[in-house]
Design a protein around this ligand. Structure first.
Ligand SMILES: [Zn+2]
Length: 293
């Protein structure tokens, strides 16, 4: 492990508040896609005649306010499985944020895709970070480490939605430094479902990662599942460092969660946006099949 990697490992995994503002990190090799909050908001308003779009909360930073949007769509039947999608908890992972308007356009064109599933989307979960192209929120916290202490308003909002919405499945859209796309599936995701999702990405010609960003070989490519050693590490991390991701927070509630990671090193729309879109479409298909006819 090189010194930079080691420093980043400590920064990302052992410090609650690595910086005190939404700092940019230029050494990570992130290719920018050009997230623009005005364009993003307009793209959500464009679909607001089909779906319920609203500002859920606003995060204040340096005299301005940055909204987190909530989109509600799909079946309103009580028996419909509930899918909760979190986009942009790390503000500099633009692929998962810019995929949201594309996903919504696709679902508007093909409403039958959400006829059996209830969907709720939060985007961007870290609006100050997204505006500043930062992993961190306004106070320099990594929101996706805050699911023990809940010091950030963004993590508290997600906790509120877990309680209020009671999702049956959670999907978090992320990006990372690895080559290609992969997903972490927590222990609650049925193995056959995880494999079907990876196969769907393969059919869409998504380049699947051979290794995750810790360097572990993925078998099959594109899929990282919870193992005994990884679960023990995550438990110790929560217990001794009080750090937890949404992925583990969901697992402890018995809720399946998938964290999708596309490669932030690519400037290609195809590699950055498409995997998020395809995964959501396949997940809707899979969740729809849970419903008894
Ligand atoms: Zn991330």
């Amino acid at each position: 492990m090189g010194l930079l990697k080691f420093k980043k490992f400590i920064q990302y995994h052992l410090r609650h508040q690595p910086v005190n503002h939404p700092a940019q990190e230029h050494e990570l090799g992130i290719v920018r896609l050009g997230y623009n909050p005005i364009e993003f908001k307009n793209s959500l308003w464009r679909v607001s005649n089909s779906f319920e779009v609203r500002e859920r909360i606003r995060i204040a930073f340096q005299g301005s306010e940055y909204p987190i949007f909530e989109v509600r769509l799909g079946s309103s039947r009580e028996s419909a499985p509930r899918l909760f999608i979190l986009s942009g908890i790390h503000g500099n992972e633009e692929g998962g944020i810019l995929a949201v308007p594309v996903i919504l356009e696709r679902l508007r064109e093909q409403p039958q895709l959400v006829s059996k599933v209830n969907v709720r989307i939060l985007a961007p979960v870290n609006p100050v970070g997204a505006y500043n192209h930062s992993r961190y929120n306004a106070s320099g916290h990594d929101i996706n480490r805050d699911f023990v202490n809940f010091r950030t308003p963004e993590a508290r909002l997600i906790r509120l939605l877990f309680d209020e919405y009671k999702p049956d499945f959670v999907l978090s859209l992320h990006e990372g430094p690895q080559r290609g796309t992969f997903m972490f599936a927590n222990a609650c995701v049925p193995a056959t479902m995880a494999l079907a999702l990876v196969e769907a990405l393969q059919r869409a010609h998504v380049e699947l990662a051979e290794r995750d960003y810790f360097g572990r070989r993925l078998d099959p490519p594109g899929l990282a599942v919870a193992t005994w050693p990884s679960q023990a590490l995550v438990a110790a991390w929560a217990r001794y460092f009080h750090m937890m991701t949404v992925h583990e927070y969901a697992a402890r509630r018995g809720i399946p969660e998938i964290t999708l990671e596309t490669s932030w090193r690519s400037g290609e729309w195809y590699n950055r946006i498409l995997p998020h879109v395809e995964l959501v479409l396949e997940l809707l298909k899979q969740l729809g099949s849970w419903v008894q006819e």
